[in-house]
Design a protein around this ligand. Sequence first.
Ligand SMILES: C[S@@+](CC[C@H](N)C(=O)[O-])C[C@H]1O[C@@H](n2cnc3c(N)ncnc32)[C@H](O)[C@@H]1O
Length: 294
Amino acid sequence: MATPPPQGLSPEAKLMQVATGYWASQCLAAVIRLDIQDCFKNGPRSIYDIAQEKNCNGDALYRSMRALSNMGIFMECEEDGYFDHSPTTKILENPNGYINALKFETHPSGYKCWSNYFETVKNGGPNAHENFNAKNMWDVIHQDKEFNALFSRAMGTFTKMTTFAILKEVGHEFAKYETVCDVGGSKGVLMNELLKINPNIQKGICFDLPSVVADTKSEDSRFSVVGGSFFDSVPEADCYTIKNVLHDWSDEKCIDILRTIGKSMKQGGKIYIFDSIIKTKNTPSLPSLLDVRK
Ligand SMILES: C[S@@+](CC[C@H](N)C(=O)[O-])C[C@H]1O[C@@H](n2cnc3c(N)ncnc32)[C@H](O)[C@@H]1O
């Protein structure tokens, strides 16, 4: 996840920060692939000792860590060759937390997706999947077991963060619906939470591609999964949620998805769209980067 560039950089430094963004990203990728974030649970350690444990080159690991700590990611200690967590990296110790999002974003298949990006700008249209000879990005993700597992975990992490805000804002509005269907609901995190706080909902359906929902389970007997494509049909319901899905698709495809939902929606039904809002006119906004590959 990118952060807005610090203010106050010279024009040259600002431009170079963006141009070399992938250098920094690759350093982070190497370090977290070795799970260096788990090495400072008991305080600072020699990076050379860690390199020996991890069976990697000590000098190269030191240089990566020095570069990252100069950006506030990990911290170089007074004692030569020693590193520790910085306030930014402490959260990476939680194996079910943000580390999963970073591992997904820095996976080799993730970088490969961008290698033909110039063609998108020249000709339009999403084309990352062409680097893998696949039909679309979902096939890319589902064909690669490791990438797929990381994707699910990353989505789970993002979902936990956004679900908290959704429940707080509108969670109890769902009490008036009998059947709620979460379209593109992945592993059912949102649906499970909605059921937990709304005992009146009789049925909560998590709808996603068959390969995604195949092993999605819940202890709540009102929870069920349906596999399919939102370009064909979705289950009947009186309320739909669609969270962090539409930003993946062009305007035309979004209209197709919403039309499919409209066909199955019961009379008087409602749809809740939860997604990122893109800011314009020079406002720092990560969602505008999410939107560039269409
Ligand atoms: C960015 S993820 C969002 C997942 C979840 N809603 C969340 O907020 O974490 C997009 C989801 O759309 C699903 N998806 C992609 N194409 C689909 C299709 N044609 N039909 C149904 N689901 C699809 C993916 O499998 C994935 O779970």
